[in-house]
Write a protein that binds this ligand. Structure first.
Ligand SMILES: C[S@@+](CC[C@H](N)C(=O)[O-])C[C@H]1O[C@@H](n2cnc3c(N)ncnc32)[C@H](O)[C@@H]1O
Length: 214
């Protein structure tokens, strides 16, 4: 898995485009979250939901992990965490701030952890912080297909992103189904408020459709 800039065959994500337009974008993002952490802000809401989904000492993939705040909480809770993000600046921050999990630079559209020596599938996958909405539209189904392929048949994926970001929720759910992921539970917040037609956020807890992992 390589950062997207090295692979002209894969369309660049909106995040990579922002980083290209503003070279300080990624460093500023890191600093923003470091400041919030230093101020004692609660940065673990998504991770608490994911922890509740998992058996103890589970294997978790933090997909689009950024500087690692979600994966770090899950590692502290005793899980084995692998984080993957396309932005090398954010992965460098994750490595510096949160030793323990294994952090990799990589594009989710090319996710292939067995090729990196991690053959075991995951009990849980978390994709927080609007990652889905930052993906290049042409890669969305492929990313979901690869996430499905890295999930155990009895595992679950929790994916959250906001409305009005160019990826309508019904389109996302259609793409997930095509990728072999069916909704177990739809919420409108990471603290378990129900999803409804007026929701401005979706947290989808998805289960693998058996036999649909390739
Ligand atoms: C707003 S940040 C969220 C980071 C982290 N999940 C969190 O909640 O703190 C969005 C992340 O999506 C990542 N991202 C976007 N497209 C990606 C792709 N195709 N492959 C891997 N990461 C991607 C970006 O690099 C960025 O770290």
């Amino acid at each position: 898995m390589m950062p997207r800039d090295d692979d002209p065959m894969v369309e660049q994500s909106a995040w990579a485009q922002m980083s290209q337009d503003d070279p300080d974008h990624s460093a500023a993002y890191v600093e923003r979250f470091r400041t919030m952490a230093a101020q004692g802000a609660d940065l673990a809401g998504e991770a608490r939901l994911v922890d509740a989904l998992l058996p103890r000492r589970a294997r978790v993939l933090d997909a689009g992990c950024g500087p690692g705040r979600v994966g770090a909480f899950l590692a502290d809770a005793g899980h084995q965490v692998v984080g993957v993000d396309a932005d090398p600046v954010l992965i460098e921050a994750a490595e510096a701030d949160h030793p323990g999990p294994r952090w990799f630079v990589g594009d989710l559209a090319e996710l292939d952890l067995p090729a990196l020596g991690i053959p075991e599938r995951f009990d849980g996958i978390v994709c927080a912080g609007n990652v889905m909405a930052f993906l290049a539209a042409s890669t969305r189904r492929e990313v979901l297909r690869r996430l499905r392929g890295h999930l155990r048949d009895d595992g679950r994926a929790a994916i959250g992103f906001g409305a009005g970001r160019g990826y309508p929720f019904d389109e996302f759910l259609t793409d997930a189904e095509a990728a072999g992921l069916a909704p177990d539970l739809l919420l409108s917040t990471w603290d378990l408020r129900p999803f409804g037609p007026d929701a401005d956020f979706l947290v989808a807890v998805l289960r693998p459709i058996p036999g649909r992992d390739r």
